[in-house]
Design a protein around this ligand. Structure first.
Ligand SMILES: [Zn+2]
Length: 275
């Protein structure tokens, strides 16, 4: 077998899981190689020098050698430990959600520079922010844009009419806002004016500016609903495009069943809203 040269790469640790008695498998996200699964040997033993450098939700520099089936971490040096993502449960929850999204939507050996920079910037912002959900909302909108599921916020996705700031609809299945006429005809879920303005503001503003916006509980819940349905729609498409076998494997890896179709979910929510 030809000998494969060891590689060096910076990476963000997305997650890890135990392997045997002493090792862990780390899922790394590298700007040049996408998702990498690598065994960190001996890191569950006390006194392991490497264990502190392969923590999930940290960024580091890694040396990796090709093992029999997975890479093996030969050395690791933390660059960004992001302690506040580990000490604060709200920040950790948002960081894990962003990491899971990247984990589920990227492949091995795929150059992923823009997504890597987006995740790195978002985790940096999350580590500092007083408003953790706003950073995830901001990240999610840009994540959609990068992955080719860019929600339309300027014209109606049904009839292409310009949409104003008045209350409209939002359809995850059609991929964006729906004008009052088309919404009145039964398309999309209600999109309130404050949430519509917030979506447009997030698209043109920085993560830090987005975190300054005051969002009440009702608007926050509405935005979460629209983002969740859009995510399900987008992930459904990506999983489908990868083929059934990998869909199943990935769903098992993350310990969930395959994502329910957004259309089905949207219909259910509309039904619930109607009764
Ligand atoms: Zn319309």
């Amino acid at each position: 077998m030809p000998r494969i040269r060891p590689i060096r790469t910076e990476a963000i640790v997305l997650r890890q899981r135990p392997l045997g008695d002493a090792d862990r498998i780390c899922v790394l996200f590298s700007p040049t190689r996408g998702r990498i699964e690598a065994v960190a040997k001996g890191v569950r033993k006390p006194l392991s020098k490497m264990s502190g450098h392969v923590e999930p939700l940290s960024r580091g520099q890694f040396g990796l050698a090709q093992g029999r089936s997975l890479y093996v971490v030969t050395d690791a040096q933390t660059l960004d430990p992001w302690p506040s993502l580990h000490d604060d449960v709200h920040r950790m929850t948002e960081a894990l959600a962003m990491a899971e999204l990247v984990d589920r939507s990227t492949d091995v050996d795929v150059s992923s520079g823009p997504l890597y920079q987006l995740l790195r910037h978002s985790l940096n912002a999350l580590a500092e922010t007083p408003s953790p959900p706003a950073i995830r909302w901001w990240f999610t909108l840009r994540f959609f844009d990068q992955q080719g599921y860019r929600p339309e916020l300027e014209v109606c996705v049904r009839c292409r009419a310009d949409v104003g700031p008045e209350a409209n609809g939002y359809s995850a299945v059609d991929g964006g806002v729906v004008c009052p006429n088309c919404h009145g005809a039964g398309h999309g879920q209600r999109l309130s004016s404050p949430v519509f303005r917030l979506l447009r503001y997030m698209r043109r503003s920085s993560a830090e500016s987005t975190a300054q916006v005051r969002v009440d509980a009702e608007a926050s819940a509405e935005l979460e609903r629209h983002l969740r349905l859009s995510l399900e729609q987008a992930l459904d498409g990506w999983l489908r495009s990868r083929g059934f076998a990998e869909d199943l494997a990935r769903a098992e890896t993350i310990g969930r069943s395959a994502v329910k179709s957004a259309a089905e979910r949207e219909r259910e929510e509309q039904h619930r809203a109607a009764i």
